[in-house]
Write a new protein. Structure first.
Length: 583
């Protein structure tokens, strides 16, 4: 196929080039010939005008003496010095003189077209073959009036051989140039057709692999053309097909396996696919699958079920058993679809709703209880009413903080969070955040220090949004660091980003909790978190803000040894900033 397609494309390119070059040669030759003929006639007309300015003596045009003929021959020879053939013809067609032949040997010229036109109109021209000199000539004739006698015709001629030589030279150069163009463009076209044929062959090989059950993706070229898009589309189709059929098993009417692929065994935790002919119950431990297949074998057209595999890391699968029939044989096909991500999203949604309800319920219950207590008569108790009002105020502020955090997360999820990215000095940014933290840290007897290198590059960030991130990490460090502890803020440049680190000597975070601390409402110490007024959303918001800046955030911690929170921010790039401002 490749050779066939390759040569087809190559010959198509060559045929196209030749089809273009042949008409160019034809029309160029005709145009050049017309230009040369026009130029030749113009030259002959100019010579005729010069000759008429000093015509031969009238007496020489009626030869009655030898000296008269000699005078006419002299005039003809003088005029022919301009490299043209000169002929003098009488009105009856008799040749009186010619610059290249003996007029006595020449036949009558009365029937020549240029002679007839000259006698009738005053001048005439033609292109024809001369029987006298045996070559093609350009003829231009002009009538000369003779006093006291009939007019004569002065005819001037140029050989076409010169024109033919010029045209041949042009055509030779044209064909040489065309041959060069043909070789260059032909070589390029062959290379293009070879590349095109190779890409088509890779697509064909990929389709053959898919037909054989090999769903490895096809690496598309970077050409960006239709074949590239086709390769991407085929790879996506193969990936979806792989997800659909890689977890398939087929059983016959006796509940025995007739086909299963490795993906089916992998999902069910089997060391190898079930043997062909073995009973399904010997390989499958999920009763839901067995019951679904048996229901189909009993006559149900299709049965749907859901199974769960694994204990530590559970995976959820939607199982579909459907009846199949081939000739007189019948059976069931069992297909498993991985719905783990869907179930995870559902769990996150349920947890989110439950957490939000719980977080709102606690302060609302407190506010409601103290408000009812005040209305029941405690408002007249000067000793307790101030305390009750302070509690109501504190819980209302907690509700306000929770609402603000939820609104921030909502904007982030909807991609409606607007950032004003500016050039920002790392040292000035850190110092401004430390200033707001010094007082609460001093009240708790915590030491806060800054460790920054002398020369740190500026970063590209939204000052207010990035300050929320650092302030959140500092607040967490103060909340979970015992009295007398230490907090250190440091930064370092690495490649195209600056890494910020907030270290503390606090209680630390258990290893099992570290992967989840950036989840919404997740708390390591629930009681203490609520005691200090946390909403459980701070680290989740910090993660979102860092990621929209183009960075990442992570934690390193050991219980009893403190924690280190790291996050990165891109270094300011003047060229990128100029492009952004230009847009």
């Amino acid at each position: 196929m490749r050779l066939n397609l390759f040569w087809k494309l190559g010959f198509a390119f060559f045929a196209l080039l030749i089809a273009v070059l042949l008409p160019v040669d034809f029309y160029a030759e005709r145009a050049l010939r017309r230009d040369y003929e026009r130029a030749g006639f113009e030259q002959l007309a100019a010579i005729a005008r010069i000759a008429l300015a000093s015509p031969p003596q009238p007496s020489s045009l009626v030869p009655s003496h030898p000296e008269d003929s000699a005078a006419l021959r002299g005039w003809v020879a003088k005029t022919a010095a301009s490299n043209v053939r000169v002929t003098v013809i009488a009105s009856d067609g008799q040749v009186l003189a010619d610059s290249q032949s003996d007029p006595r040997t020449m036949e009558s010229h009365a029937g020549r077209p240029e002679i007839r036109d000259a006698l009738r109109k005053g001048d005439g021209q033609s292109i024809r073959h001369s029987v006298t000199v045996h070559s093609n000539l350009l003829y231009y004739a002009v009538r000369l009036s003779v006093a006291g006698g009939p007019p004569v015709v002065l005819r001037f001629a140029l050989p076409l051989q010169t024109v033919e030589e010029e045209i041949w030279e042009f055509r030779r150069n044209l064909w040489l140039a065309s041959l060069f163009v043909l070789l260059v463009t032909g070589t390029i076209s062959l290379l293009i057709s070879r590349s095109f044929a190779g890409r088509v062959e890779r697509l064909q090989e990929f389709s053959r692999r898919v037909a054989q059950g090999d769903f490895r993706p096809l690496f598309a070229d970077s050409a960006g053309d239709a074949l590239d898009k086709l390769a991407v589309s085929l790879s996506e189709t193969a990936a979806r097909l792989d997800l659909t059929i890689r977890t398939v098993a087929v059983v016959d009417a006796t509940d025995r396996v007739v086909f299963s692929n490795p993906g089916f065994a992998e999902i069910l935790g089997l060391d190898m696919p079930p043997k062909i002919g073995s009973a399904l119950v010997e390989a499958v431990r999920q009763t839901e699958l067995i019951e679904a297949v048996r229901s189909v074998l009993r006559g149900e057209p299709a049965v749907h079920a859901e199974i769960v595999t694994g204990t530590v890391r559970q995976r959820f699968f939607a199982a579909t058993a459907a009846a199949v029939r081939g000739g007189e044989k019948s059976g069931a096909v069992l297909v498993l679809h991985d719905i783990s991500d869907l179930r995870k999203l559902e769990r996150v949604r349920r947890d989110f709703v439950a957490n939000v309800s719980h977080e709102f319920k606690t302060p609302l219950t407190a506010i409601q209880g103290f408000a009812e207590t005040l209305l029941a008569g405690a408002i007249d108790d000067p000793q307790n009413r101030i305390h009750f009002l302070e509690v109501i105020l504190e819980h209302s502020r907690r509700l306000a903080r929770l609402t603000d955090d939820l609104l921030k997360l909502s904007k982030m999820d909807a991609d409606r969070l607007e950032l004003e990215i500016r050039r920002l000095s790392v040292s000035q940014f850190v110092e401004s955040c430390i200033e707001t933290t010094q007082r609460p840290a001093a009240e708790k007897d915590l030491r806060i220090s800054v460790n920054l290198p002398a020369r740190l590059p500026d970063i590209a960030a939204d000052r207010l949004r990035l300050a929320e991130v650092l302030q959140n990490l500092l607040d967490n460090a103060m909340q979970y660091t015992p009295t007398g502890g230490q907090i250190v803020v440091s930064a370092s440049a690495d490649g195209a980003e600056v890494t910020f680190t907030v270290s503390d000597t606090g209680i630390g975070i258990p290893q099992a909790d570290q992967p989840r601390i950036f989840e919404r409402f997740y708390r390591v110490d629930v009681a203490r978190s609520r005691e200090v007024g946390g909403t459980g959303l701070g680290l989740s918001i910090a993660k979102h803000l860092v990621e929209v800046h183009g960075g990442r955030i992570w934690v390193e911690s050991e219980v009893g040894q403190g924690s280190q929170f790291h996050f990165t921010v891109p270094i300011f790039d003047p060229e990128r900033a100029a492009l952004r401002s230009g847009r």
